[in-house]
Every structure is written in structure tokens, then in C-alpha cells.
Design a binder for this molecule. Structure first.
Ligand code: MSP
Length: 650
């Protein structure tokens, strides 16, 4: 019977601010899932979204829309990102899916009936962005110890899970199963920071959060988001439902791959819940490292401070899914953090994909086209350096399998690329262009080119889990059959079969030129963001503010006395505005709607107490108010009757 492999990513918060760091967990899982499929195993790969909780509730409220209306477009955008990156999951679960909701309710009911969930009162410090509760002792300088942000003291009636009871069993789980939690450093972290001191019972319901799953035995309460979220790993398989065949087939999971900041939830709370349910725990939890920028975890706010291209949609558009996948899988030492820069990204792609792999493919195909009319050449017995290359190919699966067994994609790729490099060296050693000049050496030439074609083919088969698109093209161009592990046997290409010469699979990039272009792209985006609201105002209603907040802003009538276009920008105008006795420099994003000439002489309304900023290098000491319609058309707001410049607007 085929072996099964069940692998999961964490389910993602619907933040919408996806960056390349977010793609890391999912790309690794996808490569692992594809590798196990290649081995002929029955694989289930799960990912999805974590949609309930206070954060979403607040965000939706601030926009005046329902949580569902807020989340749905974000979920679609996330699914788009996975499509772009060729992520081949077997299920995308949403915690708002009806089967998940029903499963979570059954889990709570079961734990309530067994006495593992009981009612009490909660008092603690809550970090909304992390959706985590902390005791006073756990706070770092009064702030959330995970993210450093503000926490709020909350007191409420709550149901508790008897986590304390499971601490000794979790410690024993770590001792008896050294493979349960990796890398080793995470075990020490869990034991020293949490388990040694003993665990306190966990508050697992809220009365203050409405956007959550109601508890079946007390509908005033909603499920704590982490219990809701963690349950996805079994609800997706039909646990406690009428049809639990997937659960029986795939559980326990072979691997929960998660970022290191959420290991605590997966390696302590999750096994305790499963133990309480009487279910087996997953085989392995792996806490991977982070992509860093300037030594800190990559986050949307930091992205703006540096000229790094971190937007996955943009990266895939410019360089393709394979390049992004390759970078993530090859560059960051598995288990550790890795610094991300656009330059490193480009260098890695150029060196490995364009130079090593791209060259090998195009040199091999060009020589077959030139010398054998594009047909796989006849070949004789191997000689000289052929043997070494062939045996490298023949042993390659075993090495890659061992690497992937240790979840080590960077080493797996290093092993495959060692063969690619060896093959490039083999071309230099055998010098086929010299063999081609001598008719007596035609058989040898055929053997060399055949050996190369087979090497490319074997490498492409093994690269399929990593580079999903280029490998398809390469294999198709060699007319190679695609039958899983069988196709790894050296010597399967049939003599005389036609090959197709591909254009460069990974074109070489001029890195300084590319970096300059990226910088230009990023600064244009930054300027456009700054120039809001003109041109891109959100249509949603904002929550009410008190009059005291309104009076913090100062509005005055101004007269535009000079105006010009801002150089290097298509959107910005630079106005000189007279406001009473004062003259100010103001930049506004209205160049698509007003010419500099027509602006001069206009009376406008200016917000005069905004902090000055520089836009495209030009000082802006205020903001001119405009109306914008649903189509993004702009109209200046002007006083209806004559008023002197400097008049107050309120
Ligand atoms: N919703 C929770 C998980 C619940 S699972 C039951 C969550 N979501 S998340 O959207 O914040 O994170 C999703 C994944 O992205 C996590 O594995 C996280 O570690 C990963 N990353 C987010 N930023 C990252 C980096 N800068 N680098 C690497 N991975 C990072 O946590």
C-alpha cells in the first residue's frame, strides 16, 4: 500500500499585507508535498485562512462593513498568491467553513463533557495583533513579549481548558519522541520558558468577541481563536463528522511546518488538546526561521524603509514563480533565519538558474540540434568522465531523499546543482565542439551528448517539486516521459526521438540595471502611497469621532499663486499657496485632473496643521482638499462665495 503523507502550513491571518516572508512556510510545504507525490505516496497538503477574532472584528468595524465582507476579498487575494506561486494544496480550509465550525463545536462539547473544559473568570493581558493572553509576569516591560506591542487588561467570565494537567505528559512526549519538535533549540525554548515552571489552565472562550464560533453549551461565549485555528488540522479531514474517512487515513499529520513564533501554540497547546480528545499527536512539528531585513523579521512596515522588493505578486510578475520558489528553498539555511535583499535574490537566480542550469540546458540542446538534427543521438559504452557523471545521476535520488527526509530543501537543491555543475564541467572536459570536427569521433560525440541529455532529464525530474514550471518545459522539450521515480533510471531517452530547442529557460539579468529599476519602481509606489487620498481613497465608511477629534485639524482658505509639475512624477503638482499673510509650498496628487496653468488663481481649502513631508523631494506643508467620485475623478473644493485667503474653514 502506498505510504501516506499529511503536511500542513499554518492557516494565514487575512491581513492582505503579504510579503515574501509569508510565502516561506507554504513554498517549503509545497515542495515537500510534491516530492512525496513524486515518490508515489498518497499526499494531503492543507493550507487556509484563520478568519475569526478581535482583530478582524475591529478592522471590519472601522470600515463599517461586516467581517465577512472584509475577509472575502483578502482570502481571494491570498488564493491568487498561491496560484501565482504554483502551490498545489489539496484543501484550502477557511475557519468560516461550515464543516470547520461544526467540528470546533463538537471538540468543545467533547472536552466540556469530559471535564477538561470548565467555567471560571479570566483576568489577563491581551495582545490583539497576536491574539494571545499573557500573565503580568510574562510581559516584557509591560508589552507583549512576542511582538512588543501594547496589551490591554481584560477581565471576563470564561471557560478554561485544563492545560496544567497535561504539562507532565507533554514533557514526557518530548523525551520519548525526540523527533516530535524540531529543531532541537525549540525544545529547550518550550521546556525552559514554559513547561518547567508548570502550565496554567488556558482561557478558551470569550464573551467580548462576537466574531467567533459560538460554544454549543453556552452561546454567549465564542471559541478562543487559537483553539479554533489549531482544530483546522483535523476538521479539514472530517474529524467528528459523519464522514471521517480522511481523518482515519491521514491523521496523525506527518508534519506541521510553522514559523518559530507560533511553535508554543503548536507544541504545547495543540498536543494537550489532542491528548484530552484521546487522539494521537502529530509526528513532527518543525519551527522554521524567519526572513529578515536588516536583522529584523520582515514585516510590511520595514519593507518601506529599504529598497527591497518584498511584494510576492510583483516578484512573480517580474521574475516568475520558479525564481521566487527557488530563492526561498535554496537560500535560507533550514531552521535558521536568513537575511533578505533584492540583490541576494537576483544573484542567486543568476548564478544557479541562468548560469548553471540555463546554460547546461541550452548548450546541450544547441549541440544536439547542430550535430544530430535535433534527434537524440545514438551512443556507445561510457568512457572517461562519463562514468562519474552517470553515477552522480544514479545516486542523486538517494541523496535528495535523505535531504528531504530531514526537511532540508537547501541541501536537496545543493545536491542537484552539484550534478548540474559537474555536467557543465564535463562539457569543458569532453569538448564536444572539437569532437564534432572529426568524423571518426562521431560516435563519441553522440555518447557525450546523450550523457548530457540524460543528466539534464534526471535533474529536471528531481527538480520538479522545486521548480514547477521550467522543469515541465525542459522535460517536454526532450520528449521525456513522466512516470515518477521510474523516470530516474539513467538511459531512458530513446535514440532518434526529436528534441525541441528551448529559448533560454532563465534569461540572465543585468543586476545593477535591475536593481536600479526596482528602486525606481519602489520609490514610485511610495510616492503614490504618500500622495493619497487623491486618486485612491477607500470608499468604506469610517467610525464616528468626537468633536474634540475633529477640532484637532485646522482648515483654511488659500489662493494658488504659482503651480508647476513635480519632476519625475506623473501624479504630483507643486503649488505655491497664499494663506492670509503666509505663503506655503504644497504638493498634491492631482496632476491627472488639473494643469498647472488652470490651478493658478484658484481658491482652495487647505489642511494647514499636517506635519510637513517631502514628496519626490519637494516640501509639502499642507493638503489641498478634493472630492473624489467612485471612478477616481477629482474635483477641488472651493468656497462658493468670495472669501479672503486665510479664512478659517470649519
Ligand atoms: N494564523 C496564525 C497561524 C494559525 S495556525 C493554527 C498565523 N498566521 S500568519 O499569517 O501570521 O503567519 C503565517 C505563516 O507565515 C507563519 O508560518 C509565519 O511564521 C510565516 N511568516 C510570516 N512572516 C515571516 C517571515 N518574515 N519569515 C518567515 N516566515 C514568516 O501565525
Amino acid at each position: 500500500m502506498a505510504q501516506k503523507y499529511y503536511i500542513t502550513t499554518p492557516i494565514y491571518y487575512p491581513s492582505g499585507n503579504w510579503h515574501i516572508g509569508h510565502c516561506y512556510t507554504t513554498v517549503i510545504c509545497d515542495a515537500l508535498a510534491r516530492f512525496h507525490k513524486l515518490k508515489g505516496e498518497e499526499v494531503f497538503f492543507l493550507t487556509g485562512t484563520d478568519e475569526h477574532g478581535q482583530k478582524v472584528e475591529k478592522e471590519a468595524k472601522s470600515r463599517g462593513i461586516t467581517p465577512r465582507a472584509f475577509i472575502d476579498p483578502l482570502v481571494e487575494r491570498l488564493q491568487d498568491m498561491w496560484r501565482l506561486l504554483d502551490i498545489g494544496y489539496d484543501r484550502f480550509i477557511r475557519t468560516t467553513d461550515a464543516d470547520h465550525v461544526a467540528c470546533v463545536q463538537r471538540i468543545y462539547q467533547k472536552l466540556y463533557e469530559s471535564g477538561d473544559i470548565y467555567k471560571s473568570e479570566y483576568s489577563g493581558y491581551y495582545c490583539t495583533p497576536c491574539e494571545a493572553f499573557w500573565t503580568e509576569a510574562q510581559l516584557a516591560g509591560g508589552k507583549c513579549p512576542d511582538c512588543g506591542r501594547e496589551v490591554t487588561l481584560q477581565k471576563e467570565e470564561s471557560y478554561f481548558f485544563r492545560l496544567s494537567k497535561y504539562a507532565p505528559r507533554i514533557l514526557k512526549l518530548y523525551e520519548d519522541n525526540p523527533g516530535f519538535l524540531s529543531p532541537k533549540s525549540r525544545v529547550n525554548e518550550m521546556v525552559n520558558n514554559f513547561l518547567k515552571a508548570g502550565l496554567t489552565d488556558l482561557s478558551v472562550s470569550r464573551t467580548t468577541v462576537k466574531w467567533g464560533i459560538p460554544l454549543p453549551f453556552d452561546e454567549k461565549h465564542t471559541a478562543y481563536v487559537w483553539i479554533d485555528a489549531l482544530s483546522n488540522y483535523i476538521s479539514a479531514l472530517g474529524y467528528l463528522s459523519e464522514d471521517d474517512s480522511l481523518y482515519r487515513k491521514f491523521w496523525p499529520a506527518d508534519l506541521h511546518l510553522v514559523g518559530k513564533e507560533i511553535v508554543r501554540f503548536h507544541a504545547i497547546i495543540w498536543p494537550a488538546i489532542l491528548m484530552a480528545l484521546g487522539e494521537p499527536v502529530p509526528h513532527e512539528i518543525y519551527g522554521h526561521g524567519w526572513l529578515l531585513i536588516g536583522g529584523e523579521k520582515l514585516s510590511k512596515s520595514k519593507e518601506n524603509a529599504r529598497p527591497e522588493l518584498t511584494d510576492p505578486y510583483e516578484l512573480v510578475k517580474r521574475y516568475g514563480a520558479d525564481a521566487v520558489r527557488y530563492y526561498l528553498l535554496r537560500e535560507i539555511p533550514f531552521g535558521s533565519d536568513g537575511e533578505y535583499t533584492t540583490e541576494r535574490f537576483l544573484k542567486r537566480i543568476n548564478a544557479d538558474l541562468a548560469n548553471d542550469l540555463g546554460n547546461l540546458v541550452s548548450r546541450t540542446q544547441a549541440m544536439i540540434v547542430q550535430n544530430f538534427d535535433g534527434k537524440v543521438p545514438p551512443h556507445a559504452a561510457p568512457e572517461g568522465p562519463d562514468g562519474e557523471l552517470i553515477s552522480m545521476c544514479e545516486g542523486l535520488f538517494k541523496r535528495v531523499d535523505a535531504d528531504m527526509g530531514a526537511l532540508n530543501a537547501p541541501d536537496a537543491l545543493a545536491d542537484i546543482f552539484a550534478v548540474v555543475s559537474r555536467a557543465n564541467k564535463y562539457i569543458d572536459e569532453t569538448a564536444p565542439w572539437i569532437l564534432a570536427k572529426d568524423a571518426a569521433k562521431r560516435e563519441r560525440l553522440g555518447t557525450v551528448l546523450y550523457t548530457l541529455a540524460e543528466t539534464v532529464r534526471v535533474c529536471a525530474v528531481l527538480l520538479k517539486p522545486f521548480l514547477t514550471q521550467a522543469t515541465e518545459r525542459i522535460l517536454r522539450s526532450f520528449g521525456a516521459e513522466n512516470d515518477g521515480l521510474e523516470s530516474l533510471t539513467f538511459g531512458r531517452l530513446r535514440e532518434g526521438s526529436q528534441i525541441e530547442k528551448l529559448p533560454p529557460v532563465f534569461p540572465r539579468m543585468d543586476i545593477p540595471k535591475e536593481l536600479a529599476e526596482v528602486e525606481k519602481l519602489l520609490s514610485a509606489k511610495k510616492e503614490e502611497n504618500k500622495a493619497e487620498p487623491h486618486g485612491a481613497a477607500p470608499a468604506e465608511a469610517k467610525p464616528p469621532v468626537g468633536f474634540e477629534d475633529f477640532t484637532k485639524l485646522e482648515f483654511k482658505v488659500g489662493e494658488v499663486i504659482a503651480c508647476e509639475k513635480v519632476k519625475k512624477s506623473e501624479k504630483l503638482l507643486h503649488e505655491t499657496v497664499k494663506i492670509g499673510g503666509e505663503v506655503r509650498s504644497v504638493v498634491s496628487g492631482i496632476a491627472k485632473f488639473y494643469s498647472p496653468e488652470e490651478m493658478v488663481g484658484k481658491k482652495v481649502v487647505v489642511v494647514t496643521n499636517l506635519k510637513p513631508v517631502k514628496l519626490c523631494g519637494v516640501l509639502s506643508e499642507g493638503m489641498i482638499l478634493c472630492a473624489e467620485d467612485g471612478e477616481g475623478r477629482i474635483s477641488l473644493i472651493s468656497p462658493e462665495k468670495f472669501v479672503e485667503s486665510g479664512a478659517t474653514v470649519r
